[in-house]
Design a protein. Structure first.
Length: 98
């Protein structure tokens, strides 16, 4: 299994992610830049995430609202490797963390 770091402040999303695998959570998106993770997962709807993506040196997966097309596009432009609607992310969580 890959080393996974995540910035996911929502407690429900966080618990679902933690249940799927061994995940190290950070308290602020800026902390992702110094992580030794193979994979970084972020909640794109949180302040500071898009700016922090440019500093991450690992594969990144971001999730957000399926209706927020501008945010999802901005995440791709910021260098997020895979951008998914929240529902698709959690439907594929096991596969994505493997």
């Amino acid at each position: 299994m890959s080393r996974v770091a995540a910035y996911v402040p929502d407690l429900m999303d966080r618990s679902r992610l933690a249940a799927a695998g061994d995940v190290t959570f950070v308290a602020a998106p800026e902390e992702l830049a110094g992580t030794a993770a193979d994979l970084v997962v972020v909640d794109l709807s949180r302040a500071g995430v898009l700016e922090s993506l440019r500093q991450v040196d690992a594969r990144t997966i971001g999730f957000g609202s399926h209706v927020d097309h501008e945010l999802l596009a901005a995440a791709r432009e910021a260098g997020c490797d895979e951008v998914l609607p929240r529902s698709k992310f959690f439907a594929r969580i096991g596969e994505l963390l493997a």
